[in-house]
Design a binder for this molecule. Structure first.
Ligand SMILES: [Zn+2]
Length: 107
């Protein structure tokens, strides 16, 4: 019967899902992958839909990027300094301890 399988909040704390799984705010029968920006229908396959999504090559690559981006905030900042040099950004005079302010100059 349709609508049997619903999102389980417990999935969010599983290591295999926690990096990318998001609960859909509107539809209890959907899970979302924040790495691929895709919705995953749970209603017929339930958790098997998640494991099959997780096994996809595109998904694995997307999660790797997502995790790297999360772990690479310092690298992102470093690349901002490069951008700042090119744009002659005023924050170049700031000490690295004030690095949070540098994001103001982005964009
Ligand atoms: Zn995915």
């Amino acid at each position: 019967m349709p609508g049997k399988c619903k999102f389980q909040v417990a999935w969010l704390s599983k290591d295999i899902y926690k990096d990318w799984l998001v609960k859909d705010p509107q539809d209890i029968q959907l899970a979302r992958c924040k790495a691929c920006c895709k919705a995953i229908k749970l209603q017929t396959m339930g958790e098997a839909a998640l494991t099959s999504h997780a096994a996809g090559c595109g998904h694995k690559a997307a999660v790797r990027k997502l995790v790297e981006a999360t772990n690479a905030n310092e690298d992102a900042h470093a690349s901002h300094w490069v951008t700042a040099v090119k744009r002659n950004c005023a924050c170049m005079g700031a000490q690295s301890t004030q690095s949070a302010q540098c994001t103001l100059h982005l964009g």
